[in-house]
Design a protein around this ligand. Structure first.
Ligand code: ZN
Length: 250
């Protein structure tokens, strides 16, 4: 289903042009007014992830990568200061929630942020996260809502829910027409977590059929992905967003 509302409805509002925080930096009930970049890795090979990492670092931004698998690159990033590595379990492949969380935590023992693939969530899963020492859960997309802020999930604390504001797939395939140029100065006031997928950035396609039939089924063949690269898509969106941000102090 397509909608006609997008970021255009906020044009002319106050500018917020920093992406200096990662998800783990966020505290509950603080009225943030900035962008936080996140990336769902979704099984992408390191070369594909590296393409996005380079873009983010070239522009002096910070970001959180949600890991789906053991990756030498992501293990290195987990030790860095500018980038955070959280985890992104796929409960559609198995509903043994604890085992999946444990396996990813074994790869990334410092991970404290999580988003379930396909936003699969429940009260029991969120209680499991809190018990495992996960502090930030980023599973609720509220597209284009102004005034978003992190909140406590449970009355005694233990898990912070971070709603997110924008996602590449949603912007590409639910808005008509898509907004390829993202001007962060036109975003509304509030916390604006913007989520991209490195494979969509790498292939930069706006063709949903191509994505469903040739990209999503096999993200491992990097040469084939490169050959499918389109002229405008998630990379166009990410580059424009990054270009409008103020570089963070290193
Ligand atoms: Zn995913």
């Amino acid at each position: 289903m397509k909608t006609e509302s997008g970021l255009g409805i906020f044009r002319g509002r106050a500018a917020t042009i920093k992406a200096w925080k990662t998800i783990r930096d966020l505290r509950p009930d603080i009225p943030y007014d900035e962008i936080v970049l996140t990336f769902d890795v979704d099984g992408a090979p390191d070369e594909v992830i590296q393409y996005t990492v380079d873009l983010v670092r070239e522009h002096g931004a910070r970001a959180t990568f949600f890991a789906t698998h053991a990756s030498p690159l992501l293990r290195d990033l987990a030790e860095s200061r500018d980038l955070e590595v959280g985890i992104h379990p796929n409960y559609f492949s198995s509903t043994d929630f604890e085992r999946q969380v444990d396996e990813l935590m074994a790869c990334y023992p410092r991970a404290t942020s999580i988003r379930g693939h396909g936003l699969y969530i429940s009260t029991a899963i969120q209680a499991l996260y809190a018990a495992k020492g996960i502090t930030h859960c980023v599973d609720a997309i509220l597209p284009y809502h102004p005034g978003l802020r992190p909140v406590w999930r449970f009355t005694r604390g233990g898990l912070i829910l971070v709603p997110y504001f924008w996602e590449d797939g949603h912007a590409l395939w639910y808005l008509d027409p898509p907004e390829y140029h993202l001007d962060p100065a036109a975003f509304p006031t509030g916390l604006k977590v913007c989520n991209f997928h490195p494979v969509l950035v790498f292939t930069n396609t706006s063709d949903y059929r191509l994505y469903e039939q040739r990209i999503r089924p096999d993200t491992k063949d990097v040469a084939a992905l490169r050959a499918l690269r389109g002229e405008r898509g998630a990379a166009t969106m990410l580059r424009s967003l990054l270009s409008g941000l103020t570089k963070s102090p290193r």
